[in-house]
Design a protein around this ligand. Structure first.
Ligand SMILES: Nc1ncnc2c1ncn2[C@@H]1O[C@H](COP(=O)(O)OP(=O)(O)OP(=O)(O)O)[C@@H](O)[C@H]1O
Length: 237
C-alpha cells in the first residue's frame, strides 16, 4: 500500500516586503504511514504550523512535492484541493472554532452539511454516534457556548471526525486546556487512532503528551532535526 503522505523537498518562503523573501521551510522530507499517531514538536517559530497548513492543503509549498496515497497534490486546482481536503483531512485547532449559538450536534453536522447541502437522518445519526464516542451524548442539544473548554474541544474532535478522514491534523489541540481536560482530549484522539485506525499528526509543546505518541518528529528552524519511533510509548503514564 502507498504511504498515506509523502513530502519531498518541501520549501516555503514568505514575501515580507519585496524584494525580501524569507524561507521558513528548507526542504522537508517525511513520510507518514497509515495508523500512525505522530507528535510534531519544536520551538516557537520553527515552522510547525506552516508545515501543518501545507500538509492540510490549506497552503501551497513554494517548491517540492506533497503526495497523498501516491498522488501528487501540488498541481491540483483549488477546487480539487478543496474536495480532497474535505474528504481526507480533519482539523483540530488550539481554539475550537465552534459556532457558539449552534448545538453540539449541529456543530458536528456542519462538515457533512457543507458537503451534502441539506441535513438528513444519516447525518444526525453520525453526529450522535460521534458525540456518544466523545462522551457528550447527553449534551447533543446544548449550545456550544454553554459548554466548558474541554467539552468544546471534544465537540471539535467529533466534528473533525465527521467526514471519516484518513488523517487528522491537530495544531496544539490541548494548548488552551487545564491538565485534566488536556489529558481527556488527548486520550480520545489516541483511542480513536487505536480503535479506528485514523492517522493523527499533532503539534504539541507538551513532552508528557508527546511521550504517548508512537512517533516524534522535531522541527528546528524549518528543518527536521529528529524523527524517531517512540518505543516507550505509553510506558510513562
Ligand atoms: N503568512 C506569513 N507571512 C510571513 N511570515 C510568516 C507567515 N506565517 C508564518 N510566518 C513566519 O514563519 C515562521 C514559522 O512560523 P510558524 O507559525 O509555522 O511556526 P510554529 O513552529 O508553528 O510556531 P508556534 O509554536 O509559535 O506556533 C515564523 O518566523 C513566522 O513569523
Amino acid at each position: 500500500m502507498a504511504d498515506l503522505l509523502a513530502l519531498e523537498g518541501i520549501r516555503k518562503s514568505y514575501n515580507v516586503g519585496t524584494p525580501v523573501e524569507t524561507e521558513v521551510l528548507h526542504g522537508i522530507n517525511v513520510t507518514i504511514h497509515p495508523r500512525e499517531f505522530v507528535a510534531l514538536m519544536g520551538p516557537s517559530g520553527s515552522g510547525k504550523s506552516t508545515l501543518l497548513n501545507i500538509i492540510g492543503l490549506l497552503d501551497r509549498p513554494t517548491s517540492g512535492r506533497l503526495s497523498i496515497h501516491g498522488e501528487d497534490t501540488t498541481q491540483l486546482s483549488e477546487a480539487a484541493l478543496t474536495s480532497l481536503r474535505g474528504h481526507t483531512i480533519g482539523f483540530v485547532f488550539q481554539y475550537h472554532y465552534l459556532i457558539s449559538a449552534f448545538t453540539a450536534r449541529e456543530n458536528v453536522m456542519m462538515p457533512m452539511l457543507l458537503d451534502h447541502g441539506r441535513p438528513d437522518d444519516a447525518m444526525e445519526r453520525r453526529a450522535d454516534e460521534l458525540l456518544d464516542w466523545v462522551d457528550l451524548g447527553k449534551w447533543r442539544n446544548n449550545r456550544a457556548l454553554n459548554m466548558s473548554g474541554g467539552q468544546q474541544q471534544r465537540v471539535a474532535i467529533a466534528r473533525a471526525l465527521a467526514m471519516d478522514p484518513l488523517l487528522v491534523l491537530a495544531d496544539e489541540p490541548t494548548g488552551n486546556l487545564d491538565t485534566a481536560s488536556a489529558d481527556a482530549v488527548f486520550e480520545l484522539m489516541r483511542r480513536f487512532n487505536r480503535e479506528r485506525g485514523t492517522t493523527f499528526l499533532i503539534v504539541t509543546h507538551n513532552h508528557a503528551l508527546a511521550d504517548r505518541c508512537n512517533r516524534i518528529i522535531q522541527v528546528v528552524d524549518g528543518r527536521i532535526t529528529e524523527d524517531r519511533i517512540n518505543l516507550l510509548e505509553g510506558h510513562s503514564q
